[in-house]
Design a protein around this ligand. Structure first.
Ligand SMILES: Cc1cc2nc3c(=O)[nH]c(=O)nc-3n(C[C@H](O)[C@H](O)[C@H](O)COP(=O)(O)OP(=O)(O)OC[C@H]3O[C@@H](n4cnc5c(N)ncnc54)[C@H](O)[C@@H]3O)c2cc1C
Length: 397
C-alpha cells in the first residue's frame, strides 16, 4: 500500500506537518505553487502549545534565536493611557513562551529543517495542486508545473491540503463551500526597526472610544518580533492598524491577498494624534518601508474537512481572523495531532477521521471566538473586558 503523504502547501502548517510526519517515521513530500519560497509577511504570534510542538521537533533553540518571548499585552487608549496589562506566555505560568516572530523568518526556519531532515527534494516549488481522485489504495493528484504549464499526476497514499485560505483541495472537497466572509474591517500592517519598544517583550493594543454611531473606529497594535534586533538593544517593531470600512458580508476571494501593498496615506487619517508605547503612530507608519493591506476575512467552519485519504490542515481547514494569535498556532497544532494519529493507527483513513474529530470542533470554536473578539473590538458593544475575555477564549490564555 502507498504510505506516502503528499502535502499541498509549504506554509507554516504544511512544513510543520512534514517535520511532524518525518519524526513519526512517515514519508512526506511538500509541493507549493510559488516558484520560490520567500520570507513574506510580517509579524505573527505563536501560542505556548504550538511552541511545544516545535520544541518537541527539536526547533526550540532555533526559534528562541529569532523570536521574541512576549511577556505582556498592554491595553491602552489612543492617547497611550494604559488601561491594564495581561501577562502572556511564561509570565502567565505556561511552560513555554508565547513567541512573536516574523512570519517569513519562521517559514524559512521550517523550510531549512525540512530540507535538512527529509532531503533537498522533499519540498518542490512551482507545483500547483489542481484536483484529485482517490481509490481504495491511493490518491491521484493532478498538478501543474508553473514554469511550463505542463500538467502531470502524482500518486500518493494520502493528500493533506495545507494550501491556505484559497485552498484548491478544500474547493475540490467542498464545491459548495460558502464564500470568503469579510467583517468589514481593513487591516494594514508594517514593520520597522526602532529603539527598544517598552520592555522589548511588550505588545500594546490601543483602541479608541466608541464613535457617535456606536462603533469603535480603530485599533492599533504594536509588538517587537526579532531577537537579533533585541540583542542589539533595538526592536524590529510590527504594527497592525484596524479600521471599519464596510458592512460585514461576502468578499471576492481575490481581494484577500496577504501581499497587497498599500500607502501610508491610506492609514494615517484614521490615527491622527495617536500614540502607542511612547511613539507616535504617524512615525511608525511613515517609517515603514512597506505597508501591506488585508481584509479581515474567514470562512464558516465546515461540518467535516476531508474524505477517505484526503484531509485539510491550517487555514485550508479553518481560516480564521488573524486576531488572538491563532492562524499559525492552530496550523502547527494540527500538524502535531495529524502525525500522532497517523503514527498510532493501522488504517490511515481511520487516522484522518480521528484527527478531524480531535481538531474539527476545537478549531471551529476558535473561529467563532475570534469573530466574537473582533466584533467586540469594532462594534461598540466592546467594553475592553469583552475584548480580553474573548481573546482569552480564543487563545485559551
Ligand atoms: C504570503 C503570505 C503572507 C502572510 N503574511 C501573514 C502576516 O503577515 N500575518 C499573519 O498573521 N498571517 C499571515 N499569513 C497567514 C498565515 O501564514 C497563516 O494564517 C498561518 O500561518 C497558517 O498557515 P497555513 O500554512 O495554513 O497557510 P498559508 O501560510 O497561507 O500557506 C499556504 C501555502 O499553500 C500554498 N498554496 C496555495 N495554493 C496552492 C496550491 N493549489 N497548490 C500548492 N500550494 C498552494 C501557498 O503558496 C502557501 O505557501 C500569510 C500567508 C501567506 C501565504
Amino acid at each position: 500500500m502507498n504510505s506516502h503523504v503528499l502535502i499541498a502547501g509549504a506554509g507554516i502548517g504544511g512544513l510543520t506537518a512534514a517535520l511532524s510526519l518525518h519524526a513519526a517515521g512517515i514519508d512526506a513530500t511538500v509541493v507549493d505553487s510559488v516558484r520560490e519560497i520567500r520570507p513574506l509577511g510580517v509579524g505573527i504570534n505563536i501560542q505556548p502549545q504550538a511552541v511545544g510542538v516545535l520544541t518537541e521537533l527539536g526547533l526550540g533553540d532555533a526559534l528562541a534565536a529569532v523570536a521574541i518571548p512576549t511577556a505582556e499585552h498592554r491595553y491602552a487608549d489612543s492617547r497611550d493611557e494604559l488601561m491594564f496589562t495581561d501577562p502572556r506566555g511564561l509570565a502567565r505560568g505556561y511552560r513555554r513562551p508565547q513567541y512573536s516572530v516574523h512570519r517569513g523568518e519562521l517559514q524559512m526556519l521550517l523550510l531549512d529543517a525540512v530540507r535538512e531532515r527529509l532531503g533537498a527534494e522533499a519540498v518542490r516549488t512551482g507545483v500547483r495542486v489542481e484536483r484529485f481522485i482517490q481509490s481504495e489504495e491511493e490518491v491521484r493528484v493532478r498538478v501543474t508545473d508553473r514554469a511550463t504549464d505542463a500538467a502531470s499526476v502524482l500518486s500518493t497514499g494520502l493528500l493533506v491540503g495545507a494550501d491556505g485560505l484559497h485552498s484548491a483541495v478544500r474547493a475540490a472537497l467542498h464545491p459548495e463551500q460558502g464564500p470568503v466572509l469579510w467583517s468589514g474591517v481593513r487591516m494594514w500592517r508594517g514593520v520597522l526597526e526602532t529603539e527598544r519598544f517598552l520592555t522589548g517583550r511588550s505588545a500594546v493594543i490601543a483602541t479608541d472610544g466608541p464613535r457617535p454611531d456606536g462603533r469603535h473606529g480603530a485599533q492599533f497594535l504594536a509588538y517587537p518580533i526579532s531577537r537579533p534586533a533585541d540583542d542589539r538593544g533595538r526592536s524590529l517593531l510590527n504594527w497592525v492598524a484596524l479600521v471599519t470600512e464596510a458592512e460585514p458580508g461576502p468578499l471576492d476571494p481575490a481581494a484577500a491577498d496577504w501581499n497587497a501593498p498599500a500607502r501610508p496615506e491610506d492609514v494615517l487619517p484614521h490615527f491622527e494624534g495617536w500614540r502607542i508605547g511612547g511613539r507616535l503612530v504617524h512615525d511608525l507608519v511613515t517609517g515603514s518601508a512597506l505597508v501591506l493591506r488585508y481584509p479581515m476575512v474567514d470562512r464558516d467552519p465546515l461540518p467535516r474537512w476531508g474524505e477517505g485519504r484526503v484531509t485539510l490542515l491550517g487555514d485550508a481547514a479553518h481560516p480564521m481572523y488573524p486576531v488572538g494569535a491563532n492562524g499559525a498556532t492552530q496550523a502547527i497544532i494540527d500538524a502535531g495531532v495529524l502525525a500522532d494519529h497517523l503514527a498510532a493507527a493501522d488504517d490511515p483513513r481511520a487516522a484522518l477521521t480521528a484527527y478531524e474529530t480531535e481538531r474539527g470542533e476545537a478549531t471551529a470554536r476558535i473561529v467563532r471566538a475570534s469573530r466574537r473578539m473582533h466584533e467586540s473590538a469594532h462594534s461598540g458593544a466592546g467594553a475592553i473586558d469583552a475584548i480580553t475575555s474573548a481573546f482569552r477564549a480564543a487563545t485559551g490564555g
